[in-house]
Design a protein around this ligand. Structure first.
Ligand SMILES: [Zn+2]
Length: 463
């Protein structure tokens, strides 16, 4: 049961400040580093806005996702729709094609990545989306204006060439095949041209399976797409947003509910802490380090301000039994901008090394993330919950961009997914912690029911 690993479990980079609101005028140059590619499409970049253009950079796209809109049929009209509030609408797309055939690029594309928008839940970090202006779904290409359809095909072929994406052969319905996961969704690593309905099978039908079939058949008939040599290149800005966040959203999604805060001692658990007493910490005692040792058996060799924050957090999550499971844990401090779990309670001077650079709610939430690594690796309850979370991870993918990609770190993604699951479930007002941060708490979106069920099962009551 006691499993002591010498491998790195966790690395965190500093959180970058999220974008502030901009007026709804064309946005500025990308914040992603690299070579901007020019696809020959009219470019009118969206303003930066947390719910529209968060200014983050994905990994190399392996999917081209075709959508249809519900009512906005022109490219400029869709731009206006996305940009009509300072922060946006929880929706955006890299490209759109209007009924008149006008194509518009709204988010930047680079040679090895695309700027992230909010288009297709769970896949925003490694896909490029095209919104085809319409009033619902198309049953076939015959229903679309010829100019629009031709423009769409040309755009897809340019993207296939730029990112070396094949047409793909995944079934038009979500029947069993090697790319389909148990819940009917397509694997993150699967590549090709997709309809939104294939990636969000429980909530989407667009652009229509018949239409997608026509698109694919025509693409196949045209043969391999030309390579990236058809592209001209310019230079992007030099700022180094090396990591990514993924947003979920779509023009047809209602805005996600705001995460509930657990600030009283009568939390029912809906959106906040799990059912059970949610305790407000008493005033920080004079010797808070010793008080924490006395109450929970956890030694924090951290700066005083961080120990005081831990006091508040520990009371907040005390109803879960989580802390009892990791009794004996010792946490040390270092100057690195990341934290790491090294060992289990009882082994060595510090089971976790924690950055002395962090503060506030972020520090409290990341502390739970790190302690979850102790829990998952060193306790029976935590090991069992890790298995439950693994099933959720398999079915839904990682719930944060960190747990989908590792950012630029070589980490075990399922371990990180479990740690983020518990940390963000127990701190529902906090968004994603790493990969640039800034994305809302994944549980606030409603897209991770299996992760949520696993977290509830693991930390909903005294264990
Ligand atoms: Zn971690």
């Amino acid at each position: 049961m006691k499993k002591i690993s010498l491998f790195l479990f966790t690395l965190f980079i500093l959180v970058l400040t999220s974008q502030k609101a901009f007026a709804a005028s064309p946005g500025g140059a990308t914040k992603c580093s690299g070579t901007v590619i020019d696809l020959g499409i009219e470019k009118k970049l969206l303003p930066f806005g947390e719910l529209m253009r968060p200014g983050q950079c994905g990994t190399k796209p392996n999917k081209i996702v075709v959508h249809t809109t519900e009512g906005i049929t022109s490219a400029d009209g869709l731009w206006d729709y996305f940009a009509d509030s300072p922060e946006g609408r929880y929706a955006s797309t890299q490209f759109t094609v209007g009924k008149d055939g006008k194509a518009l690029q709204m988010l930047e594309t680079l040679s090895d990545k695309a700027e992230i928008g909010w288009a297709v839940a769970g896949y925003n970090g490694n896909s490029v989306s095209i919104e085809v202006g319409h009033t619902g779904d198309y049953n076939s290409k015959a229903e679309a204006p010829a100019m629009q359809y031709q423009s769409l095909i040309e755009l897809i072929r340019k993207l296939m060439g730029a990112y070396n994406i094949p047409v793909g052969d995944i079934e038009y319905t979500t029947s069993n095949n090697s790319d389909t996961q148990s819940d009917g969704t397509i694997k993150l690593e699967s590549t090709g041209v997709f309809g939104h309905y294939q990636l969000s099978p429980n909530s989407r039908q667009d652009p229509g399976s018949g239409f997608l079939r026509d698109v694919r058949e025509d693409l196949k008939a045209l043969g391999p797409a030309s390579g990236s040599g058809t592209l001209t290149s310019g230079s992007g800005s030099a700022s180094s947003t090396s990591c990514v966040i993924t947003k979920v959203g779509d023009p047809k999604d209602p805005p996600p509910p705001l995460p509930a805060l657990c600030t009283s001692n009568t939390s029912s658990g809906s959106g906040g802490l799990p059912a059970g007493p949610c305790q407000v910490a008493p005033p920080v005692p004079a010797n808070v380090k010793q008080a924490i040792i006395d109450k929970w058996g956890i030694t924090l060799n951290l700066p005083d301000d961080q120990i005081a924050l831990a006091w508040g957090e520990f009371y907040q999550i005390d109803c879960t039994g989580f802390l009892q499971d990791i009794k004996g844990t010792t946490i040390g401090s270092w100057g690195n901008a990341y934290a790491q779990q090294f060992s289990c309670p009882g082994a060595g001077d510090a089971n976790i090394q924690f950055s002395n650079q962090w503060s506030g709610r972020f520090m409290q939430t990341i502390l739970v993330h790190e302690m979850t690594h102790v829990w998952q690796n060193c306790s029976t309850n935590g090991e069992q919950n890790k298995l439950d979370n693994d099933a959720a991870f398999e079915a839904e993918g990682g719930l944060t961009m960190y747990s989908r990609t590792g950012c630029s770190f070589n980490v075990d993604l399922s371990n990180e997914d479990h740690a983020d699951t518990i940390a963000l479930y127990l701190n529902p007002d906090q968004g994603e912690l790493t990969c640039g941060g800034g994305a809302p708490n994944p549980f606030s979106t409603g897209y991770y029911p299996k992760h949520k069920a696993s977290a509830e099962k693991g930390v909903s009551k005294k264990l």
